[in-house]
Design a protein around this ligand. Structure first.
Ligand code: ATP
Ligand code: MG
Length: 462
């Protein structure tokens, strides 16, 4: 105890001596500076007296003040002393929607409308998405705020670009909010509309090119902690340069680690992962990977693989194709909130086997089937990450992914006409520009003959 005490005491003594010495030196320096300041003030006063005619007396003291600052220059030079600049986003009122001229509606949903429009100032074609404002009593809808926040933060070739946010000129009453529109870059197609009108699916090299772009976009989102939560073919856009972009971030959100508890009513039913259907609230990026699996199957056959009428029917269709999960293949399945109701199915011994096979996907290779079944792994931890998908052998084997410049072009419904689902859709002739429907030309497009017609319909070879 005593030896310890003396050790600390010795250290203290040394430090005290050093501190006293430092304080003594500081005092001497202060004294020297004070004397120098007094000397300079006297010299300045003398100079001012001598040159009263050279400047206003009130400003006579300024040089001495300036000199003082120049003394500071003996310290760090201007170049060395960096001021920290923090970028502050410019906040100002939104521009008005009448900066844009409406051309045609692309999609009219229950709440919102997406239209094709022309920028009056530049003539550029854009898409205007009117935000759904059905929660106006609660203020600006949180889904709209998230969509703006996420789209503003995203910069990636495979994520649709938000150009600006504009509002309607007049609000409709003192309590109502201005209608708000997202101004997005315009792309001629969404994958659902293209697939609906195709007799044959995309060629394998085209499917690979599309898949690579979908997964690259999703990899970017996941590496920025964003879960899309509504990946489906109608939310995936394609332009006539073979460029694909993810869209519709209406129910996307940032996530984190540890996983937050989230709402389970996300993702359109047909693309919804089994853990969500079973009520998991701690889901994560894997739900997007499941949706990618459904999209992959849809690209291969033109039809979504599971088309349930409700959540139970959706699960039954999943089990029909992929077999039933067991405690071996998905150990935590029984602890999911809705699993109790499925106890019968789960207790079927080894479970029903998967019927996912090449016979259902005639355009797929064995390697491709391995990828598809991993994406559609019932147990979320069995699904690969977006990064892992990109390095899969399927993309390396022949035929290789088609280059964007070689991608076929299609007539753009969004660019030409208000969408109408036809009873018996006609497949667009690939690489062949169909003649525009004259009757529709006279109606919707009367007097707009010199307007931009959207896609070129020829196969580009360069
Ligand atoms: N930037 C765009 N360029 C061209 N068309 C677009 C664009 N954005 C959206 N669309 C079209 O509008 C449709 C609806 O857009 P989006 O999914 O963003 O809106 P939504 O109101 O959330 O739709 P839903 O509720 O049906 O998913 C898309 O499927 C696509 O056909
Ligand atoms: Mg959508």
């Amino acid at each position: 105890m005593t030896s310890n005490a003396s050790k600390w005491a010795n250290d203290d003594d040394e430090e005290t001596a050093a501190a006293l010495e430092l304080r003594k030196r500081e005092k001497e320096e202060k004294k020297r500076l004070k004397e120098e300041k007094a000397r300079k003030a006297a010299a300045a006063a003398q100079a001012a007296e001598q040159s009263t005619s050279e400047g206003p007396t009130t400003e006579g003291e300024r040089p001495s003040k300036r000199q003082r600052t120049s003394e500071e220059q003996n310290g760090p030079s201007e170049e060395g002393a960096h001021l920290l600049h923090f970028p502050s986003p410019k906040i100002g009122p939104c521009r008005h929607v009448d900066e844009y001229e409406l051309l045609n509606n692309i999609e009219e949903g229950g709440y919102g409308v997406v239209s094709r429009a022309r920028t009056k100032a530049s003539g550029d074609i854009v898409a205007l998405k009117k935000l759904k404002m059905h929660h106006t009593r609660e203020g600006f809808p949180v889904t709209g705020l998230r969509e703006i926040q996420i789209l503003k933060a995203c910069r990636h070739d495979n994520v649709v670009k938000l150009l600006e946010v504009v509002t309607e000129r007049e609000s409709k009453g003192p309590l109502s909010l201005h209608d708000t529109y997202l101004v997005l870059e315009f792309l001629e197609h969404d994958l659902k509309t293209l697939l609906e009108d195709m007799i044959e699916p995309f060629a394998p090299s085209e499917t690979k090119a599309l898949m690579l772009q979908v997964v690259s976009g999703v990899k970017y989102l996941h590496s920025n902690w964003i879960i899309h939560r509504d990946l489906k073919t109608s939310n995936i856009l394609l332009n006539n340069r073979g460029e694909l972009k993810l869209a519709d971030f209406g129910i996307s959100r940032y996530t984190g680690s540890p996983r937050p508890k989230l709402t389970t009513s996300v993702v359109t039913l047909w693309y919804r992962a089994p853990e969500l259907l079973l009520g998991a609230q701690d889901y994560h990026f894997e739900i997007d990977i499941w949706s990618i699996g459904c999209i992959f199957a849809e690209l291969l056959t033109t039809k979504p693989p599971f088309q349930g009428k409700n959540e139970v029917d959706q699960l039954c269709q999943i089990f029909d194709l992929l077999g039933t999960p067991t405690k071996q293949t998905w150990p935590s399945v029984t602890s999911l909130p809705n699993a109790k109701d499925l106890q019968l199915v789960l207790s079927e011994g080894n479970g029903r086997p998967s019927t996912l096979g090449l016979s259902k996907f005639p355009y797929l290779t064995t390697t491709g089937l391995v990828l598809l079944s991993s994406l559609l792994s019932m147990n979320p931890s069995g699904r690969p990450s977006a990064g892992e998908i990109l390095t899969h052998m399927y993309f390396k084997e022949d035929p290789r992914p088609k280059a964007k410049a070689m991608f076929p072009t299609f007539p753009s419904k969004a660019g030409q006409e208000k969408r109408r689902r036809r009873a018996s859709p006609q497949a667009p002739a690939r690489g062949n520009a169909p003649k525009l429907d004259e009757a529709e030309d006279e109606g919707l497009f009367a007097g707009r003959e010199d307007e931009e017609r959207g896609a070129g319909f020829s196969l580009r070879l360069g």
